[in-house]
Design a protein around this ligand. Structure first.
Ligand code: AMP
Ligand code: TRP
Length: 338
């Protein structure tokens, strides 16, 4: 059976971009047709300035939202990355396979490091090595497929390269994974800045729809979305990015193709109104289920405990095999009579 692995970082409240670009596909498709693991990748949240209490809170919230969105622990494994040591264990070995130049070429690193330097801050070394940890997340489980939004495609490509290189040098150890991208809404853009991705780091972004936003907040954000000059509704990603983003969100939430939907509208106002309602309807069940889960924290904890147990058992043999293949001496087994 196909093995699928994906993750979400608890660096901020989850957004509509996370949902349409990734989670929805995990719920609707991946958990049913494959042996899937979904992980709250909390170690990745430590690569930028962080507040410990906030990371803890967001990790719990991300786990509840994955379940609220419809991941079913009876079908897939939901867990927290730091609960399974194998990720960090394997990451070090892969650092011995990856190169410095390769890391510095990663687009996300270049962008985030540049932003940090503009702010006068320092760049954590873990931001540079982050894609190696992500490769370890994937390779430890022998994942064949990694469903992600398109901002992560380069990182999955690196995981492939490292798997192939390791296998060539030290013998076949890892499955070579590939990214699977959603057809529509692979990149939901910020409603206020349609040239940038709708990312979750900005806490009160007026251009970011959070999964737990109240319906009226969602409506306000969508109605105030930046559109482009011009009056007809056409789908053109290059020339009319704001409009294209709304059409893609509408298509992703209500069905249809963005270019065809454009023909149904003769004003921006009507398009925004329908888009806002479509988003509100998509988020409604998720918010309701999240509220129920918050009232039952023991349930979520139980899911994470069992998830970590299953994940550990899956990752351990592969990571142990990698330790042996690369030349590390196996530990001497303790025996009862020693
Ligand atoms: P992150 O928020 O970076 O942890 O991302 C978790 C998943 O959501 C990854 O698969 C991302 O590619 C996806 N994702 C995040 N933001 C967006 C966005 N604006 N549009 C589409 N997918 C996204
Ligand atoms: N880097 C991913 C992101 O920012 C999150 C992530 C970490 C991930 N490890 C992963 C996604 C492994 C897929 C597989 O979205």
């Amino acid at each position: 059976m196909t093995r699928v692995f994906s993750g979400v970082k608890p660096t901020g409240h989850l957004t509509l971009g996370n949902y349409l670009g990734a989670m929805r596909q995990w719920v609707a498709v991946d958990q049913h047709r494959s042996d899937a693991l979904f992980c709250v990748v909390d170690l990745h949240a430590l690569t930028v300035d962080h507040d410990p209490a906030r990371v803890r809170r967001l990790s719990r919230q991300a786990a509840s939202l994955l379940l609220a969105a419809g991941l079913d622990p009876g079908l897939c494994t939901v867990f927290v990355q730091s609960h399974v040591d194998e990720h960090a264990r394997l990451s070090y070995l892969l650092e011995c396979v990856a190169t410095d130049g390769e890391m510095r070429r990663m687009i996300q690193y270049k962008e985030k490091a540049a932003r940090e330097r503009v702010r006068g801050g320092s760049v954590r070394l873990s931001l540079l090595t982050y894609p190696v940890l992500m490769a370890a997340d994937i390779l430890a489980y022998g994942a064949d497929e990694v469903p992600v939004g398109d901002d992560q495609a380069q990182h999955v490509e690196l995981a492939r390269d490292l798997a192939v290189r390791f296998n060539q040098r030290y013998g076949h150890t890892f499955v070579v994974p590939r990214a699977t991208l959603p057809g529509v809404a692979a990149r939901v853009m910020n409603l206020q800045e349609p040239a940038s991705k709708m990312g979750k780091s900005d806490d009160v972004g007026p251009g970011i729809v959070y999964l737990l936003d109240e319906p009226d907040v969602v409506r306000k954000k969508v109605m105030r979305a930046v559109t482009d000059s011009g009056r007809e509704v056409v789908y053109d990603r290059e020339a009319r990015p704001g409009l294209a983003n709304l059409l893609e969100i509408l298509a992703a939430c209500a069905g249809g193709e963005p270019a065809e939907l454009a023909g149904d509208y003769d004003s921006y106002g009507a398009l925004k109104k329908d888009t806002a309602e479509a988003v509100v309807e998509v988020l409604r069940p998720l918010r309701e289920r999240h509220k129920e889960l918050c009232a039952d924290p023991g349930y979520v904890e139980g899911v994470l405990r069992e998830g970590a147990r299953k994940a550990r058992a899956m990752a351990r043999p592969t990571v142990d095999a990698a330790y042996r293949a690369i030349g590390l001496l196996p530990p001497v087994a303790e025996t009862a009579d020693r």
